[in-house]
Structure formats: structure tokens, C-alpha cells
Design a protein around this ligand. Structure first.
Ligand SMILES: Cc1cc2nc3c(=O)[nH]c(=O)nc-3n(C[C@H](O)[C@H](O)[C@H](O)COP(=O)(O)O)c2cc1C
Length: 262
């Protein structure tokens, strides 16, 4: 539950005004909270006095708003969005601890429906060879099973055949040094986190590939979810990650946006 430190509270009412749960009222010039809410943290963020804390969270992690630090430049942001590409060729440079942490922070701070903060971020780098083997062996076992009526998309047969003949041609993992699997009960939460993580990656010179086929394999092959430790969270997004071994000279062309303005 949120804690209001009344000695600091000046009764300005900003917290009550911004509280989506209508959990806060101002009485005798002090804010009061009544029940357990979903702890969105808006009250703590908006309070000019820093009078609200939430014991469930690490309050040392909270930063003060300094406009220069948070201002986004629209041209630069749009450029980053336009120039990000799906990367299908990587250098073998691993993703450093510092970069990993920055990616996790970008995912962690992303909005989640009802503030569930329920995404699990599974980062595979050190044990990637083992993971790749599990996936490819799993695909092989499914496709080779007698009378196999696989729930794997038809493309997997081609991927598997090519990979068996030419192991360096790996349409699932490419040559990425790392893979991130984002699990959540809500696919939108995972997708939003993934996009923020990709943009964070781009800002550090990394590239990513959202890999729908790999998500499919992770969901449908036996034993993979246990290996990953997804528990009851559904793998929603799988991203290859690494340093691009390719440079694009320009943005990729796009159709006009399908927009309706009423
Ligand atoms: C949900 C999703 C799943 C995707 N799955 C794959 C995939 O399995 N393999 C692949 O090579 N590309 C995959 N892509 C990448 C798209 O093909 C790519 O985003 C699209 O062609 C546009 O290119 P760009 O990302 O460079 O702008 C996926 C993209 C999204 C958003």
C-alpha cells in the first residue's frame, strides 16, 4: 500500500487528482489513502514534496524530473524509428552486462495493462548453443515423427532441411550472439516492452530481429518452456540481438500509413 508521509504533505491535492483508483482524498489539508491499489506510482511521481513512498518498490530507484534529461528530440526519435532495421546478420561480439542491464531497464519501465508488471525477460547468451540444439533437435523430432501431423508451420520443413545440409544457414537464429524471450499473459505488454528494448538496443549500436517462427517453436516444442523457465507466462515475443554486421545506406521504403481522421 502507498505510504503518505504527512509531515511532508502540503495538501496540494495533485496526488488525489491524478489517482486513477480514486484512492486518495485530502482531509485536514493532508492526503490520505484508503485501500490497496495497483500501485501505478503516479502519486509518488507527481508529489512536489516527495511525500509518498511505496514500500513494495525500491524507492532509491526513483529519479527526479530534470527537463534536460528527459526531453526527446522528435526528429531524432523519428530517425531512430525509421532507421531501425530487422537485423539478420550479426558480428560475434557478445552483449555486455551493461547493455543487458540497459535493455532490462527499458523493458521493465514499459507500460503494462493494469500495471501488472508481469513480463518475464529471458536472456540467452552463454547457453545459446545448448538452446539452439534443443530447438533444432525438437523440430527434427517433430518433423521426423511417423504419421507426423505437426502444428509447426510448413516453412519449418524447409528451414530444417537447409540447416541440416548447411548448418551455417540458420534461418531461426541467424548468427545472433543472443536471444531475448519475453513472456507475459498479455501479448500487448510483451510487445510494448520489446519495442522499447529494441530502441534502447539501437541507441547502443545493437540490432534486433523479432522472430515469430522462433516464438512458434518455443511454444510448441516439448521441454523448451521448462528449459527457459517460463513458468505459467506465455512466450509472446522472441528477439535475436547483437551488433549488426550490415549497414543500411538509407531507410527502407514504406506504404503510406492507413489513417482515418474523423
Ligand atoms: C511480430 C513479428 C514477427 C516477425 N517474425 C520474423 C521471423 O520469424 N523471421 C524474420 O526473418 N523476420 C521476422 N520479422 C521481421 C519482419 O519481416 C520485418 O519487420 C519487416 O519485413 C520489415 O522490415 P524492418 O523490420 O527492417 O523494417 C517479424 C516482425 C514482427 C513484427
Amino acid at each position: 500500500m502507498i505510504q503518505i508521509h504527512t509531515e511532508k504533505c502540503i495538501g496540494c491535492g495533485l496526488c488525489a487528482k491524478d489517482c486513477i483508483a480514486e484512492n486518495i482524498v485530502i482531509r485536514d489539508n493532508k492526503a490520505q489513502a484508503y485501500f490497496d491499489c495497483f500501485l501505478c506510482g503516479h502519486c509518488a511521481a507527481v508529489c512536489p514534496q516527495g511525500a509518498i513512498t511505496i514500500p513494495e518498490y525500491d524507492m532509491d530507484d526513483v529519479q527526479d524530473y530534470i527537463p534536460e534529461n528527459f526531453a526527446l528530440n522528435p526528429e531524432k526519435l523519428l530517425s531512430a524509428i525509421k532507421f531501425r532495421r530487422s537485423i539478420r546478420d550479426y558480428t560475434n561480439a557478445p552483449i555486455s552486462e551493461k547493455e543487458q542491464q540497459a535493455l532490462f531497464q527499458a523493458g521493465r519501465y514499459t507500460a503494462t495493462a493494469k500495471n501488472t508488471q508481469g513480463c518475464r525477460f529471458i536472456f540467452i547468451q552463454d547457453r545459446l548453443p545448448e538452446f539452439k540444439e534443443l530447438i533444432w533437435n525438437g523440430i527434427g523430432a517433430k518433423l521426423d515423427a511417423p504419421g507426423e501431423t505437426s502444428e509447426l508451420p510448413e516453412d519449418f520443413r524447409r528451414f530444417y532441411r537447409t540447416h541440416r545440409r548447411h548448418p551455417e544457414k540458420d534461418y531461426l537464429f541467424r548468427n545472433a550472439p543472443a536471444v531475448m524471450v519475453i513472456c507475459s499473459s498479455n501479448p500487448v505488454d510483451a510487445a510494448l516492452a520489446a519495442q522499447n528494448m529494441e530502441l534502447m538496443g539501437v541507441s547502443m549500436g545493437l540490432g534486433a530481429l523479432y522472430n515469430g517462427y522462433l516464438t512458434h517453436a518455443i511454444r510448441s516444442l516439448p521441454g523448451i518452456r521448462t528449459w527457459l523457465d517460463t513458468e505459467d507466462k506465455t512466450p509472446q515475443v522472441t528477439m535475436l540481438l547483437g551488433r549488426p554486421a550490415i549497414t543500411y545506406a538509407r531507410t527502407a521504403p514504406r506504404r503510406q500509413a492507413d489513417i482515418i481522421i474523423r
